[in-house]
Design a protein around this ligand. Structure first.
Ligand SMILES: NC(=O)c1ccc[n+]([C@@H]2O[C@H](COP(=O)([O-])OP(=O)(O)OC[C@H]3O[C@@H](n4cnc5c(N)ncnc54)[C@H](OP(=O)(O)O)[C@@H]3O)[C@@H](O)[C@H]2O)c1
Length: 430
């Protein structure tokens, strides 16, 4: 690779503009560490007429983003657009096909097309780097591929979405309801104006799919996985959980069980004083269990321009150092498909909040539903609301199968005493 390395970047929003400024500022440091001088020669975005805070010489702007992949002098394309389809997809596929190194921060693109893209990158002996796509400034991807290379990983899990962690921990600390805290998160810039994919768990699901593939050396699973978000978490559940010694966290969890892949994203009750239970605010934390390392934990800022730029520059340095490697750590030819574990056979204990009419006979009717589904109760608390003639029944169960909990929820929803869909949250041993 020549001494001066030419970069074309597409996307000059939150991340793109911050990355541009930071690279200019840290150019000498990067040159010192890599022996190469990175030069951003071309920049493209959707609307070139937009008034931007960061001023750029006119000569750098290119109208047709896709044309960049055909320029002979371009060594690296950085995609900072987002989304699994449209321009981001076209750009990354054609850049790799045209033998350009690619850096992307785009989790949805990698979760959906990572296998196809890595095949092209490997064939053309160029890098496909995507450290910023999972957990922002937490260097989990490079850690799995390099620092933890010696390990047979058995489980990887953690808090992969800072927005939802901020919402849940702020609800717990402030005692304010979901919608108030969501508005605060938007004001502080911790939630996007449209935070649907954060709240419904899809953002964390893309990330856990990428991590599973890296950790277990398998193709990215395209099977449907269990994904539940935090939209239905009520302040009362957070308060009840706290009084029982738990916190509620949205976790992404992946492990191999009986040669099958168990991948899931859902709110979990975790013991209040556990490591994960103490990760609050916008932080991300990822735990890797492996042999021989034992347990390894990485924690840090999961999003935002600073942490994301840190990850993008580490990808850039990897390319500048000519550290060409397989995008998923091992050759695409050796990464096999793995079947998903049948989640209905997953075993856990659980928390249920059942809102019922406050009249005689309710409790025995509810406990009959549990007995019918062979689910035994560990703790039961009844909280009457005399004024509204209703009561909350809080139940912690012993361990049971997911399919039995599903049947129980169905029975409860048909029970005439039950006034609302019960809240069901799995308890996770962490
Ligand atoms: N924000 C974070 O904290 C964070 C963290 C980790 C990863 N990421 C990832 O980083 C990427 C960028 O995120 P962001 O927050 O910077 O998004 P953003 O602020 O919305 O910026 C998107 C950029 O893409 C450009 N763009 C959109 N459609 C385009 C098209 N068809 N052709 C060319 N350019 C197009 C936009 O152009 P205009 O400026 O002209 O509108 C804008 O500059 C995404 O993949 C995101 O998932 C973000």
């Amino acid at each position: 690779m020549k001494n001066k390395v030419i970069i074309a970047m597409v996307g000059f929003g939150n991340i793109g503009s911050y990355f541009y400024k930071t690279l200019l500022k840290n150019k000498k440091l990067i040159a010192l560490k890599t022996g190469k001088i990175p030069i951003i020669k071309y920049i493209s975005a959707k609307n070139l007429k937009k008034n931007r805070k960061t001023k750029i010489p006119k000569s750098k702007w290119v109208k047709n983003s896709l044309s960049l992949v055909y320029l002979k002098d371009v060594d690296i394309i950085i995609e900072l657009i987002g989304g699994s389809e449209g321009m981001a997809k076209k750009l990354v596929f054609s850049a790799l096909k045209n033998k350009k190194h690619v850096i992307t921060a785009n989790k949805s693109l990698i979760a959906k097309y990572g296998d196809e893209l890595s095949k092209i990158a490997e064939k053309n002996k160029v890098n496909l780097e995507y450290e910023a796509s999972v957990a922002g400034g937490v260097p989990i991807i490079r850690s799995i591929k390099q620092g933890l290379i010696a390990n047979k990983i058995s489980k990887i899990y953690g808090i992969l979405n800072g927005t939802t962690n901020f919402i849940l921990s702020t609800m717990e600390k402030s005692g304010k309801p979901f919608n108030d805290v969501l508005s605060k998160a938007k004001k502080l810039g911790f939630a996007e104006s449209n935070p649907v994919s954060d709240l419904n768990g899809n953002d964390a699901a893309d990330k856990i799919k990428i991590l599973s593939s890296l950790a277990f050396n398998k193709k990215i699973s395209n099977e449907k996985i269990l994904v539940e978000g935090i939209q239905n978490i009520n302040l009362v559940d957070i308060i009840h959980a706290k009084s029982l010694g738990y916190k509620i966290k949205l976790l992404g969890i992946s492990e191999i069980r009986k040669n099958k892949l168990v991948q899931r994203v859902h709110p979990c009750l975790v013991v209040k004083n556990s490591y994960i239970g103490n990760i609050d605010g916008v932080l991300n934390a990822i735990i890797v269990d492996g042999f021989p390392v034992g347990r390894s934990i990485l924690q840090g800022e999961g999003a935002g321009p600073g942490p994301t730029t840190s990850a993008i520059i580490s990808d850039l340095c990897s390319i500048l150092r000519e550290n060409i490697n397989y995008p998923f750590g091992v050759s695409s030819l050796l990464r096999k498909r793995i079947q998903n574990f049948d989640i209905s056979n997953h075993i856990c204990s659980s928390y249920l909040r059942i809102e019922v009419k406050d009249i005689p006979g309710v409790l025995s009717s509810i406990t009959k539903n549990f007995a019918k589904n062979h689910i035994s109760i560990k703790n039961l608390i009844q909280l009457p609301d005399k004024k509204n003639k209703k009561a909350d029944i809080i139940i912690i169960t012993h361990e049971n199968l997911e399919k039995n909990f599903n049947k129980l929820l169905l029975n409860l929803s048909k029970n005439n005493f039950v006034t609302q869909r019960p809240t069901f949250i799995r308890i996770e041993k962490v």
